[in-house]
Ligand binder design. Structure first.
Ligand code: UD1
Ligand code: CA
Length: 464
């Protein structure tokens, strides 16, 4: 049976105490809602997930505008049962419906797969968990044969029911035709005056529909986010899972508690990552790389044996084998560093390619440049790539040597093997294999007298 997915996201989330809608808060750099939409997609293939929105729905739609979603508005938040009811006109009778919550973001593909496989097509599947602290959640009530007979919300629960720590995750898989029959019949005669989705359990039992429960492996997967503390707890849970995954792949993390992934990444074996490294976007790290402490890498591809030294920020760059970057380097989008290149401290590189075995070792800005092989760029070299209106290109051919404190005023080309004298301001192309110097000549003035202050005559100069 095909599966449709409904994601509930209409609630306000007042306990977050923020103006931002709850489900637009982020875990690992991605909104809670996107996490759940992605999880749903892995189960429903090409179909559109249905998102039920209410509170600040326009902001939700804006934030996820790149996603193909069927947005359904719930005008009043009358309860979870009422929310799912809004989706039913959009779901064919012969589908099963996977119900997810936008504020339960860490549900894994593995668990959802296991849950769906475990639930026969004509049964009602419910995902459960044991919580050390089940406060606020719906409790699972079982009969002496251990079958689920109902779910009781905390607010409707007696003392003895509150002592139960098996809870309802709120995630179900149910044939659409049952929901279409049951949901219009829900009542709101309960402590919260809401149409509870949980009441479908008793309806299923009344019709002798099989109920199959599946328990999650780790309860954090179905922890909901209601407060910023819970958001932080789930962020750590997510990051711990990432860290464990990469350690199992042969990556050394000096401290797995100080390793953060905010995107889709891949890391090769025998790579060593020091503390406080953040990996973002689509980042691919090769084998035997070393990433120093406090580095941020976003949308970066590192080949094998690359060393990124401490405190470097690298964004949108490709770095080839055996190159070294940092400490304290900033590499910006559009940069390609060829094999065995060296970028040193306090160097910024933007939209430039650096050839094989070339070095930019200290205090430089290289922008919109093409640098050939075995070039040496001296300390303090600046490419003046911007004239206030447009950007211009600097080309430095193979084997060139740029003396320290040089300004290269683009557009300009330094031809192969050229040497530029230190302190030059280069405004025209420099010919190959020659020394080009563009600075005022040094001169010394003989017999020059330093001016003398009147009072200075009284100072005892013997102590100088
Ligand atoms: C619900 C379950 C509870 C379960 C818990 C797990 C019911 C009655 N209770 O309780 O058994 O343990 O989830 O987290 O189902 N929402 C709407 N429209 C509404 C009401 C809610 O879209 O009218 C959305 C909320 O935005 C939220 C989700 O549904 O994403 C859950 O709603 P919430 O009110 O938080 O339910 P719980 O009280 O947590
Ligand atoms: Ca709630």
């Amino acid at each position: 049976m095909p599966i449709s997915s409904v994601i509930l996201a209409a609630g306000q989330g007042t306990r977050m105490k923020t103006e931002r809608p709850k489900v637009l808060h982020r875990i690992a750099g991605k909104t809670l809602l996107e996490h759940v939409v992605c999880a749903a997609r892995t189960m429903i293939g090409k179909q559109q997930p249905i998102v039920i929105h209410g509170y600040q729905g326009d902001k939700l739609q804006q934030a996820l505008s790149a996603q193909d979603i069927l947005w359904v508005h719930q005008t009043e938040q009358l309860g979870t049962g009422h929310a799912v009811l809004q989706a039913l006109p959009h779901i064919p009778d012969d589908h099963r419906v996977l119900i997810l919550y936008a504020d339960v973001p860490c549900i894994s593909e593995n668990t959802l797969n296991r849950f769906i496989e475990n639930t026969p097509e004509n049964a009602l599947g419910i995902l459960t968990a044991h919580f050390p602290d089940p406060k606020g959640l719906g409790r699972i009530i079982r009969n002496p044969q251990n079958q689920i007979i109902k779910i009781v919300e905390e607010k409707d629960a007696s003392e003895s029911i509150r002592a139960i720590n098996e809870i309802n995750s709120g995630i179900y898989i149910v044939p659409a035709r049952y929901l279409k029959k049951w949901l219009p019949k829900l009542s709101n005669k309960n402590a919260q005056g809401e149409y509870y989705l949980t009441d479908i359990i008793e309806m299923a039992i009344a019709e002798k529909i099989l109920i199959v429960d599946t328990e999650v492996t780790h309860f954090s997967e179905v922890l909901g986010v209601n407060t910023l503390q819970q958001l932080a707890t789930l962020e750590r849970f997510y990051q711990t899972q990432q860290a464990e995954k990469w350690m199992l792949h042969g990556v050394t993390l000096i401290d797995p508690a100080r390793f953060d992934v905010r995107g889709t990444i891949s890391i090769g074996q025998d790579t060593v990552i020091d503390v406080n490294v953040i990996l973002e976007g689509n980042t691919i790290i090769g084998k035997r790389c070393a990433i120093g402490a406090n580095c941020i890498l976003r949308d970066v591809t590192l080949a094998d044996d690359v060393e990124i030294r401490a405190h470097s920020i690298i964004d949108g760059a490709v770095i080839e084998t055996q190159s070294t970057v940092g400490p304290f380097a900033r590499i910006r989008p559009g940069t390609h560093l060829a094999h065995h290149s060296h970028i040193g401290n306090f160097v910024e590189i933007k939209n430039s390619s650096i050839g094989i075995a070339s070095k930019v070792n200290h205090l430089s800005y290289i922008g919109d440049s093409e640098i050939g092989e075995q070039v040496n760029v001296g300390a303090g070299t600046i490419t003046c790539n911007y004239d206030g209106a447009s950007k211009h290109k600097t080309i430095i051919d193979d084997y060139a040597f740029i003396g320290s404190n040089t300004s290269l005023v683009a557009p300009v080309t330094i031809h192969a093997g050229a040497t530029i004298g230190a302190g030059s301001t280069i405004t025209r192309d420099a010919p190959a294999n020659q020394l080009t110097v563009a600075r005022s000549k040094q001169q010394s003035i003989a017999n020059w007298q330093r001016p003398v202050k009147n009072t200075e005559k009284e100072v005892d100069t013997s102590r100088r």
